[in-house]
Design a binder for this molecule. Structure first.
Ligand code: PGA
Length: 240
């Protein structure tokens, strides 16, 4: 594990964007695993800025996102597809056929999960996976539980996740109760993982994820077993 200390959110965002951008420069047809949420916003902002300066070319890049709410589609401003369009895809030269999220409106959710696993396999796996961290230790929407769920699956969101995500909705009741998420297998098979955390509210869980026992009760703890894990955390998330 490589642990990189950032001064603050902006510094964390720039450092993470540097890794993603280096990945694309080294391999122009990289498959990037992407994440949504407040942690990722600054990273995408930085990538867009560098794209506009002509420093990164996304024309050959493919992306797969970790997760999507069940029942929401791209037109819904709370969907992760909307988030990705808004913060990244519409600002860069990525081809529409090359970015992928689970379809939260799929009629057959089980089949959609299988399709997503096949898609990741067909793309040849993920070169670099960006991850945020839930306050309950989740990665993607792999919530604390009794086992590490290997494959893409539909999950019931835990109360603390619904509470944490309510800030994006007009009320807590509007937060969808289910989501489709990539399982830990696809995440762990990524050739490199960049885990980012910012702010004091992530300090306790980050410590448990990186240095506590590896247990499905703290889903992110599995990352300790990854051979190329890069952690970028700001001073507050490091508990300083
Ligand atoms: P955040 O969410 O980046 O908005 O803190 C991370 C997560 O829940 O995975």
């Amino acid at each position: 594990m490589k642990l990189i200390r950032a001064k603050n959110y902006k510094d964390m965002s720039r450092k993470a964007a540097n890794f993603l951008s280096a990945q694309v420069i080294l391999k122009d047809n990289s498959v990037l695993g992407l994440a949504t949420g407040g942690t990722a916003e600054g990273i995408y902002e930085q990538l867009v800025e560098w794209y506009r300066k002509g420093d990164i070319d996304f024309s050959e890049v493919s992306t797969v996102n970790l997760d999507e709410y069940v029942g929401l589609d791209a037109k819904n401003e709370r969907s992760y597809q909307y988030f990705m369009n808004h913060h990244l895809f519409q600002h860069i030269n990525i081809s529409e056929k090359n970015y992928h999220l689970p379809d939260g409106k799929a009629e057959d959710i089980e089949e959609e999960c299988r399709r997503y696993d096949r898609l990741i396999e067909k793309l040849g796996g993920i070169d670099m996976q960006l991850l945020g961290l839930g306050e309950n230790g989740h990665i993607g929407f792999n919530e604390p539980g009794e086992a590490f769920e290997q494959m893409t699956h539909c999950i019931q969101l835990k109360e603390d996740t619904i509470q944490a995500n309510a800030r994006y909705f007009s009320s807590k009741d509007e937060v969808p109760k289910q989501a489709i998420t990539m399982g830990v297998k696809a995440i762990m098979q990524a050739r490199a993982i960049v885990l980012c955390a910012s702010g004091a509210r992530k300090a306790d869980i980050l410590k448990r994820v990186l240095f506590g026992p590896v247990t499905p009760e703290v889903p992110g703890s599995i990352l300790q077993m990854h051979p190329r894990l890069i952690v970028i955390a700001d001073a507050e998330a490091m508990g300083e």
